[in-house]
Ligand binder design. Structure first.
Ligand SMILES: [Zn+2]
Length: 468
């Protein structure tokens, strides 16, 4: 018995020595870049098996669409505050800011074709954000179709008094869907201005999607000082094809367009902030965020409830794994990205005013799809550092780290010199949903959403430990 006991205690002492030696080794490795591979694996496993992002997405989208100034946006601000508090974030607070308040209006929007052969045919239509209303009875005018502003200018007098129909599709030959969007979106943003300059009375714009569907996709449009404001609306891609076909078949096609939207006085709203306070250098901040507001179609599930809940999940994951970042990681739910960027501007203004030290700003605003990498705006030294960490994202297929735009909400910070990083997911399906009734939680895949959160959590943690 005795000898056995001795043996056991001897064994125990050796084990303790061994464990001590091993844990010393682990501690040493924690300071060296290689050990991040294990942490990355652990973050990914936890995100996939025990992720909360989808549950949070269901909660957030349950309020409905969250257009700036709406009661739903206000409810989402309060939800964010409560959720950050429940998740145990530090320094949860609101950053108040006034936001634009545009409303679609009480009456049903309509665009009805009147042609000699087809009679009256309704089009699926929705006002572009920022548009003015039509008179109560609508605008009735002949429609002319153009594919470009040059073609519009060339029409000269023929455009006067007409409804201008912008029908240049997104270029499907582009591999990156955002590039295709970039090549077409000026029709939505400035179509009404260009149409008004040549005497057009309204603008109809082919929806910004490569998908053939029967829902209109809204989005912001601009006005220009000195140019009359005219109403502008999106029609679905199927109806854009239909209208175009009727125009080629008949000499004159008239459309009645009826919109009731209006811009109300600015409304109070807020960004919502919550943190994990840095253990060693709390004053150095890494921002991770998305925008809380959405358009008033669908429930803004991909755009950008996904980016918001992924940002919340970043902090939750690090806390769940008991990882203690050296620097502060701050989740920010920005308000009003879609039609004003007031939240992003206010955040940067206060950061500059208080001399806050931002090490990096990371934004997720390209949909909750499988992550493929990060798009970086930073000097070459910092870019090289980030690129060196690509191996940490290889396992989840998100190791493409390249130079490119980061995100709208953090763009003002980036102009102040803060390195900006955008989460880049698969782009092919984003515009199937974007700014339309299609953008609901059913279109978001839980595993892909979780992987995006994992990718950002890994990145935030490494930057928090190593600096940038
Ligand atoms: Zn967005």
């Amino acid at each position: 018995m005795r000898s056995k006991k001795f043996f056991i205690s001897g064994f125990t002492s050796i084990s303790i020595l061994l464990i001590l030696a091993l844990s010393r080794k682990t501690m040493a490795q924690a300071n060296d870049t290689e050990s991040y591979a294990d942490i990355a694996k652990e973050i990914t496993r936890t995100a996939l098996a025990e992720g909360q992002a989808y549950r949070l997405l269901a909660e957030l989208t349950s309020y409905g669409p969250r257009l700036s100034g709406s009661p739903q946006a206000a409810a989402a601000v309060e939800w964010s505050r409560q959720t950050m508090t429940k998740l145990g974030f530090d320094n949860v607070r609101l950053q108040e800011v006034m936001v634009p308040h545009w409303v679609r209006g009480p009456i049903e929007e309509a665009a009805i074709i009147n042609s000699s052969t087809m009679g009256t045919t309704p089009l699926t239509v929705c006002a572009l954000g920022g548009s003015i209303a039509t008179p109560e009875m609508g605008v009735v005018a002949e429609v002319v179709e153009v594919k470009s502003f040059e073609e519009l200018k060339a029409l000269g007098k023929k455009a006067e008094g007409k409804i201008i129909f912008f029908n240049r599709p997104m270029d499907a030959s582009k591999i990156n869907a955002f590039e295709a969007y970039g090549g077409a979106v000026n029709q939505r943003g400035s179509g009404a201005i260009e149409a008004a300059k040549v005497g057009g009375v309204a603008a109809l714009v082919r929806s910004m999607t490569t998908r053939l569907d029967d829902v209109p996709h809204t989005g912001s449009m601009g006005h220009q000082d000195g140019v009359p404001k005219i109403p502008a609306a999106a029609i679905s891609t199927m109806d854009a094809n239909l209208l175009s076909r009727i125009i080629t078949q008949e000499k004159t096609v008239r459309v009645r367009l009826k919109l009731a939207c209006q811009t109300l006085p600015d409304a109070p709203s807020a960004n919502i902030l919550g943190e994990i306070t840095g253990a060693d250098r709390p004053e150095e901040i890494i921002v991770v965020g998305g925008h809380l507001d959405s358009w008033d179609k669908g429930t803004g599930a991909h755009d950008d409830a996904a980016g918001c809940v992924q940002s919340l999940e970043v902090l939750r994951l690090l806390k769940a794994l008991n990882l203690k970042p050296k620097r502060t990681i701050r989740a920010v739910m920005f308000i009003n990205e879609e039609n004003g960027l007031r939240g992003g501007i206010e955040y940067a203004r206060r950061a500059s005013e208080s001399n806050a030290k931002h090490i990096a700003a990371i934004e997720a605003d390209r949909g909750g799809f499988a992550p493929r990498g990060f798009s970086v705006e930073a000097d070459s030294t910092r870019f090289a550092r980030l690129a060196n960490w690509a191996y940490l994202f290889k396992e989840i297929g998100a190791d493409n780290i390249f130079r490119g735009g980061s995100g709208a909400d953090i763009s003002v910070l980036v102009r102040q010199g803060v390195p900006g990083i955008g989460l880049v997911p698969e782009s092919h399906r984003y515009f199937d949903f974007h700014h339309s009734d299609n953008d609901v939680i059913a279109g978001v895949n839980e595993r892909e959403l979780n992987l995006g959160a994992a990718a950002m959590a890994i990145l935030c943690y490494v930057i928090a430990q190593e600096g940038l």
